[in-house]
Ligand binder design. Structure first.
Ligand SMILES: CC(=O)SCCNC(=O)CCNC(=O)[C@H](O)C(C)(C)COP(=O)(O)OP(=O)(O)OC[C@H]1O[C@@H](n2cnc3c(N)ncnc32)[C@H](O)[C@@H]1OP(=O)(O)O
Ligand SMILES: O=CC(=O)O
Ligand SMILES: [Mg+2]
Length: 724
């Protein structure tokens, strides 16, 4: 096989082989021969089981399709549930238990805060994400729509003092709300200093005062009489007031405050899955080498921003002195998790002895664990897990057998690469219907290593549509967000998480804010995820992390979880309330609008995936609101059109006309990008356009409605075309 090395019954891409031998294995405590031999054994042992689980997904889907066909009309819930139990789609529930994960970092066990997700194939973004533990509140407010632009407060290229004033007033109101001064305001403070272990604030009227809750002052940097930083703590998370009377902003402020730093992304998910486009060994090497750089602490990237060359590396920890004079540090970086791919896809980076691709999830499991072992061995100047744990998020698992499979894979990886048992922690995405319905059983399978559950409501919506494709036409995409099944799924996830004792052991997480430019709306709405019991929730950018962190100061999640823990509602019937429309009464305009919106999103995302290899993009919808699109949102849009086509809500011709018209719209949106290749004047040869059409017209037949089989094969085709 040209381009492959034959070793221990495996054909390994020669560049991947070289990368692992020369960059990953040295310093890992493993020898080359033993590694390849045992990796091969592991792969061969796990492939048949992986395949069997995938087959079971298909069998269940066929049986559900058949049942829907035989039971037309309104769903009889009792009959439906009995059937789902009979085929073991709804599993017999395990008896009550609580999880016992040990060696969990405090960002998970004690603190609550935002979780940032980042495509790890982009080193500039990945480093930025790792460093997003601390973010400037002034920058986050100034640069976003949280501060309105009326009355001369517009965002412009030059600093707008009017806008700056609003930023400062917003930020000081936050200080007053969370760190109040009795009967006074931080706006009145002209000097902060430390006296007798207390933070003393001198006011403009000459009086001196202290925080209402003195214990919230926990440290400083600089002199006691002229500190450069004041460290405050609330709900286990931190805020740093930065003082510099010479600074451009500080010199304008009564107390010399130049910024307020917010402890922001407590955790970050380095994503190897739905936000990256990794289809071959070269792509996987980029993913793995960025991960390695983050785990060994030597990742660095240079780029030009504005007119300046910037070199980005990992941030150091932050130094402080306690009120009583003891030095201490706080973690300067986000605690990093790694999201592996799921059980579905195979990779051509490694082939078995029959030259068949091996499951990508198995390769990810072994190689990302091996890479993260460098952190456990402290081969980095920057420690990630102080508890010597490796956090792996496992997406798109269906039901408890698939979770048990992941658990056994993790056991075997630990043995193989010499890690203590349960070093590998698992984050279980609750994003497939079979996992939602059997979440307790799923958690049971990983009760010694679970570090999070998370409602990936985007994938979950795609699965909802695909699973019940036969039943009828789905409600409109935007209505899904408020539908019964989705609300109940969110509720049930928290119920089960609390009942199985995740508090103090694992996060109960909620999903992504997918409108990266609408930060005011995020501030207004995303606190509701905490009120619903989550102690972390996903954000798309560092700025969103800083703003979302404010919610964790306003809402005491521990208390919310304690209160919710007393209640347990059985919402299974509601979860099974499939979102098919009760009556078809959409106007032709509404149908066209739905198609336009979905088609625009699909094409806007897919064209960058296929032609440029970009796995996560900001794409405008038909109302010109930029949306974060990744493979999960693509799964929804493509399954939605496929469902409407299947049920004759629209015709094939209408969808094709829509796709062609939207291709022109997307081309226009990208016309400023010199790298962009227009689709509309080349529809017959545009691989991106073909991929988008396949996703829709072949959507009914895609396994669980997933987009990766078509995306991968079309991207490989596009890459081959570029090469020749
Ligand atoms: C359903 C699911 O699975 S959700 C999980 C998958 N989704 C994700 O991971 C979303 C991650 N987010 C992103 O990829 C990006 O934010 C996008 C694609 C949505 C928008 O990207 P852009 O259009 O480039 O954003 P924008 O121009 O507003 O901001 C760019 C700046 O923000 C930073 N940034 C944006 N997103 C991130 C991020 N997730 N992590 C770190 N930095 C980020 C960039 O580094 C850049 O700053 P720099 O110039 O200092 O390097
Ligand atoms: O992975 C997240 C999702 O919503 O899907
Ligand atoms: Mg997902």
């Amino acid at each position: 096989m040209i381009g492959y090395v034959l070793i221990s019954n495996l054909y390994v891409d020669e560049k991947l082989f070289e990368f692992i031998n020369s960059r990953v294995l040295p310093g890992s405590g493993l020898t080359r021969d033993k590694f390849w031999e045992e990796f091969s054994e592991l792969i061969h042992d796990f492939i048949p089981r992986n395949n069997k689980l995938l087959k079971e997904r298909d069998t269940l889907h066929q049986r559900i399709n058949k049942w829907y066909k035989e039971n037309e009309g309104a769903l009889n819930m009792d009959a439906y549930q009995s059937f789902l139990k009979e085929i073991n789609y709804i599993e017999a529930e395990v008896t009550d238990f609580t999880v016992n994960t040990q060696g969990i970092d405090k960002e998970i066990a004690i603190q609550s805060g935002p979780q940032l997700v980042v495509p790890v194939d982009n080193a500039r973004y990945a480093l930025n994400a790792a460093n997003a533990r601390w973010g400037s509140l002034y920058d986050a407010l100034y640069g976003t729509d949280v501060i309105s632009e009326d009355e001369g407060a517009e965002r412009s290229n030059r600093y707008n003092p009017q806008r700056g004033k609003r930023v400062v007033s917003y930020a000081k109101q936050f200080l007053d709300d969370i760190f109040p001064i009795k009967a006074h305001s931080h706006t009145e403070v002209v000097n902060y200093s430390i006296m007798d272990s207390n933070l003393v604030m001198e006011l403009g009227n000459g009086e001196s005062t202290m925080l209402s809750d003195k214990a919230k002052f926990i440290g400083y940097r600089g002199g006691r009489l002229d500190p450069e930083a004041i460290l405050l703590k609330n709900n286990h998370i931190h805020v740093e007031i930065q003082i510099d009377k010479q600074d451009k902003i500080g010199s304008e402020d009564n107390a010399g405050i130049k910024d307020i730093l917010i402890e922001s992304a407590l955790t970050t998910i380095l994503d190897c899955e739905d936000s990256v486009a990794a289809v071959d060994a070269n792509d996987k090497i980029l993913v793995y080498s960025n991960l390695l750089g983050l785990m060994k602490g030597d990742l660095s990237t240079s780029f030009v921003k504005g007119s300046q060359k910037v070199t980005r590396t990992l941030q150091s920890d932050r130094q402080y002195v306690s009120p009583t004079g003891n030095e201490f540090t706080l973690q300067g970086r986000s605690l990093m998790f790694i999201r592996n791919v799921g059980h579905l896809m195979t990779t051509n980076a490694i082939l078995d002895e029959n030259q068949q691709e091996i499951p990508e999830g198995i390769m990810d499991g072994v190689l990302t664990s091996l890479i993260a072992k460098h952190d456990i061995l402290r081969n980095s100047n920057y420690q990630n897990s102080r508890e010597a744990s490796i956090y792996i998020v496992k997406p798109k698992m269906h039901g408890s057998k698939e979770v048990a499979f992941a658990n056994e894979l993790f056991n075997r990886i630990e043995e193989m690469i010499d890690l203590d048992k349960n070093t590998l922690k698992i984050g279980v995405m609750d994003e497939e219907r079979r996992t939602t319905l059997n979440l307790k059983n799923c958690i049971y399978q990983v009760r010694e290593r679970i570090a999070f559950i998370n409602t990936g409501f985007l994938d979950r919506t795609g699965d909802e549509i695909h699973t019940s494709m036969e039943l009828g036409p789905m409600i409109r995409k935007n209505e899904m967000k408020t539908s019964n099944w989705l609300q109940s799924y969110e509720k049930s996830n928290v119920n089960v998480g609390l009942a199985t004792g995740l508090q103090g052991h694992a996060q109960i997480g909620k999903g992504m804010w997918a409108m990266p430019d609408l930060m005011k709306d995020m501030l207004d709405q995303k606190g509701n995820q905490l009120k619903a019991g989550a102690n972390t929730a996903w954000v798309p950018s560092p700025i969103a992390a800083t703003l979302h962190a404010l919610h964790y100061h306003q809402i005491n999640v521990h208390q919310v979880q304690r209160e919710l823990g007393q209640q347990y509602d059985d919402v299974r019937n509601e979860i099974l309330d499939v979102p098919v429309t009760k009556t078809i009464n959409w106007t032709p305009e509404e149908i066209q609008q739905e198609l336009d919106n979905n088609a625009q999103g699909i094409l806007g995302y897919v064209v960058r995936w296929i032609d440029m290899g970009i796995g996560c993009s900001k794409v405008p919808d038909i109302n010109n609101i930029s949306l974060m699109e990744d493979r999960a949102t693509l799964r929804i849009s493509s399954q939605h059109i496929a469902n409407w086509l299947y049920h004759d809500i629209c015709t094939k011709e209408q969808v094709m006309e829509t796709m062609k018209r939207m291709a022109r719209v997307v081309d226009k949106q990208n016309s400023g990008d010199p790298e962009y290749k227009p689709m509309s004047n080349n529809l017959d040869v545009s691989i991106a356009f073909q991929a988008a059409c396949d996703l829709v017209f072949k959507g009914v037949d895609q396994p669980n409605g997933y987009t990766e089989p078509i995306l991968h094969s079309r991207r490989l085709e596009a890459k081959a075309k570029i090469k020749h």
